[in-house]
Design a protein around this ligand. Structure first.
Ligand code: F3S
Length: 389
């Protein structure tokens, strides 16, 4: 990969150890992927924030000096930063988690601790080059916003943030954003159907970019696109999808010959009743303001003046919780807990349940793997709320 004189100086360590290490990571990735050069990025989004998933590897981040060169946000951690004492996490975990957060803060990373940076101000524009980790956010940024990022890991996103550049390959190039498979959906979709659809599509396409053809009656909301992105990222290894007539690049792409069909029955089987569920969890990815509004309306309609009878957790970004204080207070009046900076999957606080009820396709994939082997039941949001009473 060609380096400019300034990049070479950084590579040789003339701007300190941290920038040298960051440049070495970018050059190694660029060389493996035949990138010809580094390109400037507008923002980074960094994963590897929960002590549950990163463990003591964060000590490497602690040793880094300097500051990120572009707007950089952080993924969810393992606890609510302000309300951790109300969570089921050990003192040791709290101490370690705070050290992880401080390590990123010291580098100038904005510790928003959310997987929806695009809803709280780190919102890339169409065509902008970025370096994001967190598969759900990568899929949303590429597909729904038309920004350009590869599926970065925690080290490469942090390295890109420290240099302000990323290797130019893969999804940064228009010719690599063409669809390779058409997925025709032959039924109308609402709510968690998009989670089920994403789960199926990720499984089906692997690393091939799909163009999805929805029935004309289905016009997904941004919340539904958020769930679709998360579920595709959970089961597939692709970083981009198109939806005909909806996503920004879909008008200018070719039509792939390979084709798959998805029928109503394929989605219906996700809702097969297994267990009743001993906990309800919504907010994977973190809830938007409109989702909080909707959950409140559903609680109000369903409660008949009662409080919830099962534990019920909602996960959202702190910036959204603060903006929606009134609604959050009303939701909490029903006995629901609204938690920030973390989520069901990346916190150790939720590892003792038998069956989790959720509207999230990403949880469907990761709860059995990362939350003490619990089962998951996918339900539409309305049904999640109904089951709480
Ligand atoms: Fe976000 Fe946690 Fe889900 S990081 S996408 S809420 S697994």
């Amino acid at each position: 990969m060609h380096l400019t004189k300034e990049e070479e100086r950084i590579y040789e360590g003339e701007e300190g150890w941290a920038r040298k290490k960051a440049m070495e990571i970018l050059v190694a990735i660029g060389d493996i992927n035949n990138a010809s050069q580094l390109i400037p990025i507008k923002s980074a989004h960094i994963s590897g924030a929960s002590y549950k998933t990163i463990g003591d590897a964060f000590e490497f981040i602690n040793r880094l000096e300097g500051a990120v060169k572009v707007k950089s946000t952080l993924n969810p951690t393992g606890m609510d930063r302000e309300n951790w004492n109300a969570m089921n996490v050990s003192e040791k975990f709290v101490t370690k988690q705070q050290e992880v957060i401080n390590a990123y803060k010291k580098l100038g990373v904005s510790v928003e601790c959310t997987c929806i940076p695009y809803l709280i101000g780190n919102t890339p524009k169409r065509g902008e080059h970025i370096a994001w980790a967190e598969s759900s956010a990568v899929l949303y940024a590429n597909s729904v916003l038309g920004a350009r990022t590869n599926m970065e890991g925690a080290p490469s996103a942090l390295a890109a943030a420290l240099i302000g550049k990323t290797p130019s390959y893969g999804l940064h190039h228009a010719e690599n954003r063409e669809p390779e498979l058409r997925v025709c959906v032959n039924c109308a979709l609402t709510d968690a159907d998009y989670s089920a659809l994403g789960f199926l599509i990720g499984d089906l396409v692997g690393n091939k970019i799909p163009v999805i053809e929805l029935p004309s009656a289905s016009l997904p909301s941004t919340d539904e696109l958020k769930h679709l992105s998360a579920a595709i990222g959970a089961t597939g290894s692709v970083g981009l999808y198109h939806i005909e007539g909806i996503t920004p690049e879909a008008d200018a792409i070719g039509s792939p010959a390979e084709r798959a069909e998805i029928e109503k029955d394929d989605l219906e089987r996700f809702y097969a009743e297994n267990e009743k569920g001993d906990v309800i969890a919504i907010g994977c990815p973190h809830c938007s303001a409109s989702e909080l509004q909707r959950i409140y309306a559903l609680l109000k309609a369903e409660s008949g003046g009662r409080k919830v009878r099962k534990e019920f957790f909602i996960f959202t970004a702190r910036a959204i919780k603060e903006r929606m204080q009134d609604v959050v207070r009303k939701i909490e009046d029903y006995g629901v807990k609204v938690i920030c900076d973390t989520c069901f999957v990346v916190s150790p606080a939720f590892e003792h349940y038998k069956c989790v009820v959720t509207n999230s396709g990403k949880m469907l994939r990761y709860v059995p793997l990362l939350c003490g082997g619990a089962n998951v039941r996918l339900c539409k949001t309305e049904e999640c709320v109904r089951l709480a009473f």
